[in-house]
Design a protein around this ligand. Structure first.
Ligand SMILES: *[C@@H]1O[C@H](CO)[C@@H](O)[C@H](O)[C@H]1NC(C)=O
Ligand SMILES: *[C@@H]1O[C@H](CO)[C@@H](O)[C@H](O)[C@H]1NC(C)=O
Ligand SMILES: *[C@@H]1O[C@H](CO)[C@@H](O)[C@H](O)[C@H]1NC(C)=O
Ligand SMILES: *[C@@H]1O[C@H](CO)[C@@H](O)[C@H](O)[C@H]1NC(C)=O
Ligand SMILES: *[C@@H]1O[C@H](CO)[C@@H](O)[C@H](O)[C@H]1NC(C)=O
Ligand SMILES: *[C@@H]1O[C@H](CO)[C@@H](O)[C@H](O)[C@H]1NC(C)=O
Ligand SMILES: *[C@@H]1O[C@H](CO)[C@@H](O)[C@H](O)[C@H]1NC(C)=O
Ligand SMILES: *[C@@H]1O[C@H](CO)[C@@H](O)[C@H](O)[C@H]1NC(C)=O
Ligand SMILES: *[C@@H]1O[C@H](CO)[C@@H](O)[C@H](O)[C@H]1NC(C)=O
Ligand SMILES: *[C@@H]1O[C@H](CO)[C@@H](O)[C@H](O)[C@H]1NC(C)=O
Ligand SMILES: *[C@@H]1O[C@H](CO)[C@@H](O)[C@H](O)[C@H]1NC(C)=O
Ligand SMILES: *[C@@H]1O[C@H](CO)[C@@H](O)[C@H](O)[C@H]1NC(C)=O
Length: 753
């Protein structure tokens, strides 16, 4: 993604900016509460998408203006305006078509005006003191040609995504509720009352001053002659509480607002005291895995204490734990889509709905709790009050429980699921995806883990890491009901750490590996060199998952999920750790298709060693979890390698391994530290990874990107422009994702240069 970053963190205009003319209804801003800080704004251009963020103490919103480029595929990219609010995960969407019927002749753009630069706030007090105000954003939209508003969607971002990403799905009970109104002054509005019968969303277009244009309503469309229009998008759902930049970061990290202003502004836009949001605009709400992974990586810079970013993440997760079985909620459904979802189950309710299909999220929770409540001095002091917090304010299902009790229910789940394998080490006793689900961990797309039932990251890293944390949390008194866990969880953890890797291990003899990269080059039409000569020994890696589709007993895709063990565990079995680190480093260092490295970044999946042609077909440069680069995986791998190298610095009076500190003994220095060739290989992998991270700095705040091989090299290319495997449609990427901001905290350690 090429971002043209334009930023005014503390914007130059006052809270309430009066537009000089247009429809008076647009500017009714009856005494908006004064904000103590100027609004935060952020403009990010990613053609054909222009993104604008606006937030102040009354409203937070993002606007996305899409306008086709000369090279755009006009059947996929049409002129579109989206305004999205984190509050209620709600939004409005309007598709426009040129009135002359010739696609590509209509372009739209947001321009600065007295109404906003380009966005300004909209505020009308509620009808009574308990009714939420109507809030939103306004700005001027310029149409180069006469346009028809063809498809409006008002309500939930999820409803908009069902149309944008799904098979253009529109639901009559939502669409038919839109009211079209033409006003005397030439403006026109679209308004819809939500299924809750209380909230309403309004989108208005008013001809800009100085034009004689008139917006007309015709057959449930709007017709807008060429020109400038003041638009206003507003709704009256209660807003979240923004955590301002200064309160998102801890005091030692405040200067990041000067050194990395774009990333801190994005982090602030995604941070609220109730929760951190996963991404803008498509995932503008709670996601368990995204927020916990982000908090684990960002912990060194995030604020701690009451109403802090760290507590927003952990509190949001605990609030949403399934009280019956301890599962962590993956994604929440709130606002209008929650009412709609409940209706599908014949329930009349606006209550939020949680999706519990992911299996990995359960295990991040104890690890994050240890990091904050045991290792962070502020968190230590907060533990008692925090765990006493009553649940149920946001998720009514969890009324009458405390966050502490919900954490216990989650830990009980983990102990229950970990036990069978701890007692009897068989493949059947490894953790499987939930029945009926085809996804369950971070590679949660159709081709992510190849239909595998038993994922690598969960079984070899997340389960043992969670068990270690449960042991330590128990020893510190968090689970008095289960004093036995102090030893039992440690015992389980040791077995899960030491006995799981072998199930996933793939060893390919040197000459076979060389043949495989050569045949992969042909099958995938990869135009670059096959790198066979760089393979100087057997190739060893760990399968993405076991029991995959297409009859694969192991999904033999080389991958980056080693980073979870590097980042989350200090394993002690040297006969396993030394070769594991060595092979992991070698695979990182080798150039694709012999390894994971490209000049566009380290790719998350390399199917070249699978053999079966299905690998080259399914893990492509156009697949979401294919031969593509994910920002947060670069960060976790870099941090993980640094942590492992750090173990070599330990001395007899500097014991930092959690487990050992806990027992008051000395942390052993791993054997690989004394093996110059392995240590050197890991250090070289660390540095070569950082070199490529630095070369791709402009990409790092994006979610995922791909490449094409051209002019003798890997050229960065947005994933969205490449065809998806199997002819599926490509998804629009989020301009900002929470976990792609990890490089605020993950930096290169010069000691290892
Ligand atoms: C014109 O745009 C519409 C809406 O985006 C689309 O459905 C249609 O396929 C396009 N027509 C052509 C010829 O590209
Ligand atoms: C109204 O006109 C003035 C003067 O031309 C211009 O500066 C301003 O941006 C316009 N306002 C809007 C909302 O278009
Ligand atoms: C709009 O205003 C913003 C904030 O003042 C400024 O950074 C930006 O360059 C302006 N855009 C244009 C196109 O003038
Ligand atoms: C909204 O009002 C309709 C009609 O009165 C009613 O059937 C429906 O149950 C109400 N919905 C909610 C969520 O209260
Ligand atoms: C109104 O729109 C509908 C659906 O697009 C179309 O079938 C109908 O012919 C239109 N009616 C008029 C009067 O244009
Ligand atoms: C930011 O603050 C930290 C801690 O106060 C300090 O170590 C660092 O040098 C500062 N960085 C800059 C660029 O000012
Ligand atoms: C919580 O877990 C129980 C047991 O697995 C399940 O029956 C229930 O449907 C889950 N609750 C929700 C809201 O999904
Ligand atoms: C909801 O009620 C309708 C009509 O009674 C019924 O056909 C449908 O199966 C019910 N749906 C669910 C999920 O219970
Ligand atoms: C919480 O307790 C109250 C009072 O006993 C009861 O009415 C309510 O149903 C309980 N809520 C849940 C979710 O169990
Ligand atoms: C590969 O893709 C095909 C077609 O989409 C699918 O049926 C098959 O299950 C996939 N196989 C694997 C291992 O992902
Ligand atoms: C999987 O194996 C079964 C039984 O050996 C065979 O019938 C089937 O065709 C195989 N499927 C694929 C996709 O290779
Ligand atoms: C692993 O050891 C390092 C010290 O090198 C320490 O910083 C880190 O917290 C330890 N991690 C775990 C999970 O114990």
């Amino acid at each position: 993604m090429k971002d043209l970053l334009k930023l005014s963190l503390f914007g130059s205009f006052a809270t309430a900016v009066a537009a000089s003319s247009g429809d008076a209804r647009l500017h009714a801003r009856s005494s908006a509460p004064k904000c103590s800080n100027a609004p935060s704004t952020l403009s990010l251009s990613d053609p054909p998408y222009d993104n604008y963020f606006y937030s102040d103490c009354n409203v937070a919103a993002q606007a996305v203006v899409t306008s086709p480029l000369p090279q755009s595929n006009l059947s996929l990219i049409g002129p579109r305006l989206i305004v999205a609010w984190p509050a209620g995960d709600s939004g409005v969407c309007a598709y426009f078509a040129p009135q002359n019927g010739v696609n590509g002749t209509l372009s739209i753009e947001m321009v600065n005006s007295t109404a906003g630069q380009p966005l300004g706030p909209v505020y009308t007090a509620g009808s009574n003191s308990s009714a939420p105000p109507t809030v939103g954003v306004q700005g001027v939209l310029r149409f180069n040609a006469s346009a028809t508003l063809t498809v409006p969607i008002l309500g939930s971002i999820r409803t908009i995504r069902d149309f944008v990403e799904g098979p253009s799905l529109l639901r009559s009970e939502i669409q038919d509720a839109i009211k079209f109104v033409a006003h005397n002054d030439g403006s026109a509005s679209l308004q819809r009352t939500w299924l809750d019968n209380v909230t309403s969303t309004t989108l208005t277009f008013a001809p800009s001053n100085g034009t004689n244009n008139k917006v007309t309503v015709s057959n449930r469309t709007l017709v807008l002659p060429a020109g400038d229009y003041l638009f206003s998008a507003s709704m009256n759902y209660p807003q979240l509480t923004v955590l301002k930049s200064a309160f998102v970061l801890n005091s030692a990290s405040r200067n990041l607002t000067n050194t990395m202003p774009g990333q801190t502004a994005a982090l602030s836009f995604l941070s609220y005291s109730e929760k951190l949001l996963a991404g803008a605009w498509r995932f503008l709400t709670y996601f368990g895995r995204d927020s916990m992974l982000s908090a684990l990586l960002l912990e060194p810079v995030l604020s701690s204490g009451n109403a802090s970013a760290m507590e927003a993440v952990i509190g949001a997760v605990l609030e949403r734990v399934n009280r019956t079985d301890g599962s962590v909620c993956h994604e929440e459904t709130i606002g209008d889509y929650a009412t709609w979802t409940n209706l599908q189950n014949n329930i009349t309710s606006n209550a939020m709905v949680c999706d519990y299909k992911m299996i990995d999220s359960d295990y991040y929770l104890p690890v994050l709790m240890q990091k904050y409540f045991l290792e962070n001095p502020v968190g230590q002091k907060r533990a008692a009050a925090f765990f006493n917090t009553s649940a149920g304010l946001i998720n009514a299902e969890n009324q009458n429980l405390t966050w502490g009790q919900l954490s216990l229910i989650n830990a009980e789940r983990i102990m229950r699921l970990a036990r069978p394998f701890a007692e009897k080490q068989t493949k059947e006793n490894l953790i499987h995806l939930k029945d009926g689900q085809v996804v369950g961990e971070w590679r949660d797309s159709e081709y992510g883990i190849g239909g595998g039932r038993i994922p690598y990251d969960v079984n070899t890293a997340l389960v043992p890491a969670a068990l270690r944390s449960i042991a330590v949390l128990t020893r510190q008194g968090l689970y008095p009901k289960h004093k036995e866990w102090s030893n039992l969880a440690t015992k389980y953890a040791q077995i899960w750490e030491d006995k799981t890797l072998d199930y996933f291990k793939v060893t390919i003899p040197k000459s076979k590996a060389q043949d495989l990269v050569a045949s992969y080059k042909k099958e995938s039409s990869f135009p670059g060199p096959d790198q066979a000569t760089s393979i100087t020994d057997d190739v060893v890696f760990h399968a993405l998952a076991l029991d995959g589709d297409s009859n694969l007993t192991k999904v033999e895709v080389m991958n980056t999920d080693d980073c979870f063990r590097h980042f989350l565990l200090n394993t002690t079995d040297d006969t396993q750790l030394t070769p594991f680190l060595n092979n992991s480093a070698t695979n990182i260092r080798r150039t694709f298709p012999a390894g994971l490295m490209t000049s566009a970044g380290m790719i998350v999946a390399n199917p070249a060693f699978g053999g079966d042609p299905v690998y080259a077909q399914n893990w492509t440069t156009g697949a979401y979890h294919g031969t593509v680069v994910w920002s947060w995986q670069l960060a976790m791998m870099a941090k993980g390698l640094e942590l492992q190298l750090g173990r070599c610095e330990l001395t007899s009076n500097f014991s930092v391994s959690r487990r050992e500190t806990d027992k008051g003994t000395v942390a052993p220095i791993p054997a690989f530290c004394g093996d110059d060739s392995v240590y050197g290989n890991v250090k070289a992998a660390y540095n070569e990874l950082w070199d490529v991270i630095e070369q791709n700095e402009s990409q790092l705040s994006g979610e995922v990107w791909s490449w094409v091989y051209r002019d003798g090299g890997f050229q960065v290319t947005p994933l969205g422009v490449l065809p998806a495997p199997g002819g599926g449609s490509q998804t629009e990427s989020d301009i900002r994702q929470l976990w792609s901001l990890a490089f605020l905290a993950v930096t290169r350690n010069a000691d290892y240069k």
